[in-house]
Design a protein. Structure first.
Length: 311
């Protein structure tokens, strides 16, 4: 058996025994994704470190084209490379060694079976310094996982201000396209930040160029419509201050004001009533709002599928 294959198998063997424990931790109420470090016994983690340490990296000077060694082709059954594993287990020193050897190499953008890149995993495990290194080494922030999420989408879901800051300050030539890109549920970064009530992120995203009136693709709701759905007065005020269009219509013809009907927060209704065009205040004479509400969203579980190692 090839020596690199043997190492990868050893890496997998010592990791899989405690995988169920790690998965249980991933279901915590705050939806914090476990990095895997706490779920491994000390001797097992040391064995992982030993396996990575065995790798002999080329001298960058002797490898001017940045071509990585054959170990870069080794993956676990879940599609994770050594770089994925080093980041999952927060083995920063080893991750840095790998990154240095693979500057601007396609290896840095390899995706596992969940289509997660090393950059996605660095955000999930809250490692802004690693996000910085990966971006500067050539990671593509536009790549999406199996749910259509870029690393920035995930930072907005998790409220990770540190990762958000790095992602919006490095490789800014891609920022506009990322901000305007919806995930496979039809939500942009702004929708996600708004639904999760990260007001400072909402403000930053709009200042960075996000369209405050962008419509999610399911029913055509803007972030302001979603704020009304959530009965979040602070978010309504923030979005209006940022220039949200109170007369924007969903695909069913509903303004944000229409969505206040039957809701408890009378202040939201009052604020929107006086700002909504008079001709748009009456409820549209069409089908009920039912079809519009079908997609109000599964916002609470939009990211329940953030996974490690295929689980």
């Amino acid at each position: 058996m090839d020596v690199h294959s043997a190492r990868m198998m050893n890496f997998q063997d010592c990791d899989m025994d405690e995988m169920d424990m790690k998965n249980r931790k991933m279901q915590q109420l705050e939806e914090r994704v476990d990095s895997g470090m706490d779920s491994l016994k000390e001797d097992e983690y040391l064995k992982i470190v030993e396996e990575i340490e065995i790798l002999r990296f080329e001298d960058p000077v002797a490898n001017p084209k940045g071509t990585c060694e054959s170990w870069t082709q080794e993956v676990t059954e879940d599609g994770d490379t050594y770089l994925h594993l080093a980041i999952i287990h927060e083995a920063e020193d080893y991750a840095i060694q790998i990154i240095k050897q693979c500057q601007n190499d396609p290896f840095l953008n390899r995706q596992n079976n969940q289509r997660q890149t090393a950059l996605h995993l660095a955000v999930i495990t809250e490692q802004p310094h690693m996000v910085d290194r990966l971006l500067k080494a050539g990671c593509d922030p536009r790549l999406v996982d199996q749910s259509g999420n870029t690393a920035l989408h995930i930072a907005c879901k998790r409220g990770s201000l540190a990762c958000f800051s790095v992602l919006t300050q490095i490789q800014t030539q891609h920022l506009h396209s990322i901000l305007s890109s919806p995930n496979y549920s039809g939500h942009t970064c702004l929708h996600i930040a708004a639904v999760n009530n990260y007001l400072s992120m909402v403000e930053s995203l709009v200042q960075l160029g996000a369209d405050v009136n962008a419509k999610e693709q399911c029913s055509g709701r803007t972030s302001l419509h979603l704020a009304v759905d959530l009965q979040n007065l602070d978010l309504v005020h923030t979005l209006i201050a940022l220039g949200a269009d109170v007369n924007s219509l969903t695909y069913g013809g509903y303004t944000p004001y229409h969505l206040t009907f039957g809701r408890q927060n009378s202040e939201i209704q009052r604020q929107l009533y006086k700002r909504t065009a008079q001709e748009l205040r009456a409820m549209p004479e069409s089908e009920s709002e039912e079809s519009d509400e079908e997609c109000v969203s599964d916002e609470d579980c939009m990211y329940d599928d953030i996974q490690f190692c295929g689980r």
